[in-house]
Ligand binder design. Structure first.
Ligand SMILES: Nc1nc2c(ncn2[C@@H]2O[C@H](COP(=O)(O)OP(=O)(O)OP(=O)(O)O)[C@@H](O)[C@H]2O)c(=O)[nH]1
Ligand SMILES: [Mg+2]
Length: 229
């Protein structure tokens, strides 16, 4: 579930710097630290609430390596999130899919973060992890996307929701691969933009070519599923 266009893994490896720096945030108890260490150590470790942050390198593929900053989600820690996203290439936002009483709080914190100047300027891609899918009553990724009103991000951010479980060890690495595609797509768009700026404008442009341009732009803002090719 998301608004990612199709980007091949070949393009991704050359477009994304390695390791790629991303910030992982989300409310306390959503499972950030458990997910990260399960992916890193291949086993579930006993975790304690994160007071400041943990940082670890995790490989999504042989070539795609991430440096993940796992920031504590307690209320007292949340003002710090904005400082960490300043230089991030992507945001990973983890939600406890079983805790419907906190979806509104999660939505508020996500939009609060993304509306900060730094994230707005960078237009960072957002990977939402619908965690604790092993539990009965966990909300599906589609429904979580609705609860969090993620379609409101379409204008400024690529986003994707991945179902995960730290207990079963599923979804985290898949999510990181999709995040890599989104980052590669953003880089591609930025490169295209700067190349367009450098290309001298034609002296005259007839109406039909203008029409073609606007049609292709329109096509790129629709909602798409991330597809591995
Ligand atoms: N059933 C289930 N429990 C999980 C899962 N992921 C995490 N938990 C549990 O949820 C609790 C909180 O996990 P943490 O990894 O500490 O959560 P956190 O998001 O890092 O929390 P803060 O550090 O306080 O921000 C722990 O008791 C975990 O064992 C999951 O996928 N399924
Ligand atoms: Mg933690």
């Amino acid at each position: 579930m998301g608004n990612l266009l199709v980007v091949s893994l070949d393009r991704l490896a050359s477009a994304v710097s390695s390791p790629c720096h991303v910030v992982m945030v989300g409310l306390d108890n959503s499972g950030k630290t458990s997910l990260m260490y399960k992916a890193k150590l291949k086993e579930l470790i006993k975790v304690h609430p994160t007071m400041a942050f943990n940082v670890e390198c995790v490989n999504a593929t042989k070539k795609l390596k991430y440096k993940i900053w796992d920031i504590g989600g307690r209320e007292s820690n949340r003002p710090l999130w904005k400082a960490y996203v300043r230089k991030t290439e992507g945001v990973v936002f983890v939600v406890d899919s079983t805790d419907s009483s906190r979806f509104e709080e999660a939505r508020h914190e996500l939009f609060n973060l993304l509306n900060s100047e730094s994230a707005k300027l960078n237009q960072v891609p957002v990977l939402v992890l619908a965690n604790k899918q092993d539990c009965i009553g966990a909300l599906s990724p589609d429904m979580l996307a609705n609860e969090l009103n993620l379609s409101a991000l379409n204008e400024r951010h690529l986003w994707h929701v991945e179902p995960t479980s730290a207990y079963v060890g599923e979804g985290f690495v898949e999510g990181l691969k999709t995040l890599g595609r989104m980052i590669a797509q953003c880089r591609g768009e930025h490169l295209k933009d700067s190349n367009e700026e450098k290309t001298p404008k034609p002296l005259r442009r007839n109406r039909s070519s203008k029409k073609k341009r606007s049609r292709s732009r329109k096509g790129s803002t629709g909602s798409y599923e991330g597809i591995l090719i």
